[in-house]
Design a protein around this ligand. Structure first.
Ligand SMILES: Nc1nc2c(ncn2[C@@H]2O[C@H](COP(=O)(O)OP(=O)(O)OP(=O)(O)O)[C@@H](O)[C@H]2O)c(=O)[nH]1
Length: 826
């Protein structure tokens, strides 16, 4: 063997050159540096020495990595040592502790990683085992950064202990009880290390977990638990919402925004937003047609199927007539206006001047409607009080009038009923022609009338508006042609047409029971033709037409569109405004029976007329879109004040609509209009008379009277919020008419006649003059002749004096009332 340098030998044995030099010097070799070389003898001495030492060193120091064949060999022997040791230990431990076995297994597997680590720490006496993240960071630190490493090591004393133990194990040294303890420590320490490392990573608290207060821990657990619960609930809600969202819906006709949202399983706000984006401003209760609903639904990715609406077996399906079957028909005109402005006179003049020679016998009987001929054209006039033609018919969904003629006396101008008539016609969307009557009168001022009408939204044509205003005089029969001419003109523009060749469809104008003839009914045929022998159905009444007569009492066999006829043959008296259909016998009977049954059910159910008491419920259920109100007050100022205050009430779901507002007492016409338009009537300083109250009860119209405007507004606001406290209801106990006013030194005594109910001496009373409340207070004294009495009943005379009020006039009405507490509505 050639000579070998010291550093080569050192490298070969994995020791420092210094060590080799020292051995050689001990054996008198002259070597001082690593580059000095020695012969085979020197090499053998070193080898011998080092292998001796190696045996000893292997017991204390971990071996160098198995890079060379020798090392591999060493590693193998180490393994075999370890295995044999395990076997020995197995025996000695008498197979007692399973965890230990596990530990051994773990160590065995760790061995495969060992060389790497050994390599890394060859120069370190202490072997540091660190958990993965730290190891990484240490690895990232350069090997030259030793002091840092060391300080880390010091900080991690436990870990170091652990590693020392591990080293011991790896070196195959004895595994005594101490070692076992160390292993346990090792496990604990490892866990702690992991936590600490995690914490350190976050830059959090470095204190060991055990040092955290128990309460903190509990708090943390609670928060964690709550968070988990919240997340679970959220996920559940989302899952449910997801499930509720429809992907397909069926639409059978227009529906409200709320209904659409419900169908789609979406929030109303989402639908409203989408509609807004589409340029449609809609509130929750507003109706949207199928097309709009379809667009909205498709925007949400919902497929829409249009289906036929469910049929009501009591409905008679209305046939849509093909355009080619339609033939022109005469217009149907209603004359309306204020009392004494000349409605009857005008109708008479029209009738007389336009009956042809052969009809000279004239109209023999009143049948509520008639036709006149004018220049080969027919015009049908409804001879019923104006408001009835609208309210009663509209109530049942019928539209009888094409054109409204508003009669205004030129000398009197616009009066309360004129405004009422305008509102009726507007409500029914019927065009208005104004007949300015009594033009022959000296005080006639048509311009003033036009001016007044303009203020109510009727602007005459000559002033740039679209309302035809014709000056007439019923008395002098002037302007009648002009009026009829204009009626025909408006009718022509309206292109009024109907199919005469089909089963009859019309409306009942009026009906009554005649002792001799049974149910007598005036019918206006609107479509098709009605013939004697036809079976007809109107509401729950049906029957075969036995006889038909026109307005002159002549028997007719057929009645065509726009023709009024009186018919006999109904099983019972139908109601005015009811729709009449010609149909098969059996079908008519079957539908009538079903309608009777339905009516019974409806009667059992609560009425759906709007009342302040249940406005909130109706809003909630999406049933109410507009709150219609009719205002009646004693003076115009109050009307306007109430109107403006009510209109100023804003509610996102309900709009306040003033259907009619006028000065004057509440009358039957107001009730009819309220009934037809589902309105409530609010009276301010005005009172309804007995008939009006009865009508309101019958029609189930909510009628409220107030003395203070604020109370009225407050009631509406509270009702809309569902906060109305209807604890008291006024009960009228009796009424007395003042027939004579007697002045005595002590008081003014109203010599009165009790017309209804009773008046008591402790009554709360109000004094009413022309429907207007002029005083509210208490009875001071109540006398029959000269005696003080407690009460006076209907049909008796009495003397009433009022506490603190003397301005009593003949014709005044004294109304006695009491406030009755009523149970709040549920
Ligand atoms: N000078 C004049 N008087 C008229 C004219 N038209 C009607 N009158 C008179 O006015 C009064 C009332 O006429 P009516 O036709 O009864 O009036 P109305 O509107 O039908 O009255 P009500 O049925 O009570 O609502 C009668 O005395 C008529 O003679 C007219 O053109 N000129």
């Amino acid at each position: 063997m050639s000579k070998k340098r010291v550093h080569e030998i050192a490298k070969e044995f994995g020791v420092k050159s210094k060590q080799v030099i020292s051995i050689l010097q001990q054996h008198n070799f002259k070597v001082t540096t690593a580059v000095n070389s020695v012969d085979e003898t020197g090499y053998d001495i070193v080898k011998k020495q080092l292998s001796k030492k190696d045996g000893a060193a292997s017991k204390t120091v971990h071996k160098a990595p198995a890079k060379t064949a020798e090392h591999k060999q060493a590693s193998k022997s180490q393994k075999s040592e370890s295995v044999s040791h395990k076997q020995e230990q197995k025996k000695s431990d008498n197979k007692t502790q399973e965890p230990k076995k596990q530990e051994h297994k773990k160590q065995a597997t760790q061995k495969t990683e060992q060389p790497k680590r050994d390599d890394h720490k060859r120069s370190n006496v202490r072997h540091v085992q660190i958990s993965e993240p730290t190891r990484k960071s240490n690895a990232n630190q350069s090997a030259g950064d030793r002091p840092n490493n060391r300080s880390n090591n010091r900080n991690n004393d436990n870990r170091n202990n652990d590693n020392r133990n591990k080293d011991n194990r790896n070196s195959g040294r004895s595994h005594d009880a101490r070692n076992n303890d160390s292993r346990n420590n090792d496990n604990r320490n490892n866990r702690n290390d992991d936590r600490r490392n995690k914490k350190n990573k976050k830059g959090g608290n470095n204190r060991p977990q055990s040092l955290l207060s128990t309460s903190m821990q509990k708090k943390k657990n609670r928060v964690k638990h709550r968070n988990e619960q919240y997340l679970q609930q959220k996920a559940e809600a989302e899952r449910k919402a997801e499930a509720a969202i429809a992907t397909e819906i069926e639409l059978s006709g227009s529906l409200t925004v709320k209904e659409l949202a419900d169908k789609m399983g979406r929030e109303v706000s989402e639908i409203i937003k989408k509609l807004m984006l589409l340029g449609v401003m809609a509130s929750i209760n507003q109706e949207v047609d199928v097309d709009t609903a379809t667009i909205v639904a498709e925007e949400f990715g919902v497929t829409v199927t249009e289906v036929e609406p469910e049929e009501d077996p009591t409905d008679v399906i209305e046939i849509e007539d093909a355009p080619e079957t339609l033939k022109p028909r005469p217009p149907v005109v209603t004359i309306m206006g204020h009392v004494d402005h000349g409605k009857t006179s005008l109708l008479d003049v029209i009738r007389q001047t336009n009956v042809t020679a052969d009809e000279a016998g004239g109209i023999t009987q009143h049948i509520g409607a008639y036709q006149v001929r004018y220049k080969d054209n027919k015009i049908t006039f409804l001879d019923t009080p104006g408001h009835e033609a609208f309210t009663a018919m509209r109530l049942r969904g019928a539209k009888s009038t094409d054109i409204a003629v508003l009669v205004v006396a030129a000398d009197d101008g616009v009066m309360p009923q004129t405004i009422e008539a305008i509102n009726h016609a507007r409500s029914a969307e019927v065009p208005i022609i104004v007949a300015i009557n009594k033009m022959d009168k000296p005080g006639a001022n048509p311009d003033h009338v036009k001016q007044q009408l303009s203020e109510h939204g009727l602007l005459p044509e000559e002033w740039g508006g679209d309302v035809i205003m014709v000056p007439v005089s019923a008395k002098q029969k002037q302007g009648i042609d002009d009026l009829l001419e204009n009626i025909l003109l408006v009718a022509e523009v309206m292109e009024l047409k109907a199919n005469p060749n089909r089963k009859a469809y019309g409306v009942v104008i009026e009906a009554q029971l005649d002792k001799g003839r049974g149910a007598v009914c005036t019918v206006l045929v609107q479509k098709g033709s009605l013939r004697v022998g036809d079976t007809v159905l109107a509401g729950t009444a049906y029957g075969k037409v036995r006889a038909m007569t026109n307005e002159r009492g002549e028997r007719v066999k057929v009645a065509r569109p726009s023709m009024p006829v009186e018919i006999l043959g109904f099983s019972e008296v139908p109601q005015a405004g009811e729709i009449i259909n010609g149909m098969d016998d059996n079908e008519a009977r079957a539908i009538a029976e079903k309608r009777i049954a339905k009516q019974r059910v409806q009667e059992l159910q609560a009425t759906h007329k709007v009342t302040l008491d249940d406005i909130f419920n109706q809003i909630q259920q999406g049933e109410l879109k507009d709150l219609n109100i009719i205002i009646k007050a004693d003076v115009q100022g109050s009307v306007e004040a109430l109107r403006q205050s009510l209109e100023a009430i804003k509610n996102p779901e309900v709009r306040i609509v003033i259907v009619h507002a006028a000065v004057g007492a509440i009358n039957e016409s107001d009730i009819m209009l309220a009934s037809a338009s589902n309105a409530i009537v609010m009276g301010f300083n005005v009172r309804p008379d007995a008939n009006v109250r009865r009508a309101a009860e019958q029609e189930k119209v909510d009628l409220r009277t107030y003395r203070v405007i604020y109370d009225a507004i407050n009631d509406v606001e509270s009702a809309m919020r569902g906060m109305l406290a209807p604890q008291f209801k006024e009960i009228v106990v009796g009424r007395a008419e003042v027939r004579q006013v007697i002045s005595t030194p002590k008081a003014i005594v109203a010599g009165s006649y009790v017309t209804e109910g009773r008046i008591t001496n402790d009554s709360e009373v109000r004094l009413i003059r022309d429907g207007i409340v002029v005083f509210e207070g208490k009875v001071d004294s109540l006398r029959r002749f000269k005696d003080e009495v407690k009460e006076v009943k209907t049909s008796f005379e009495c003397g009433i004096s009022l506490e603190g009020y003397r301005d009593i006039k003949e014709g005044d009405v004294i109304e006695a009332y009491l406030m009755e507490e009523i149970a709040p509505q549920l």
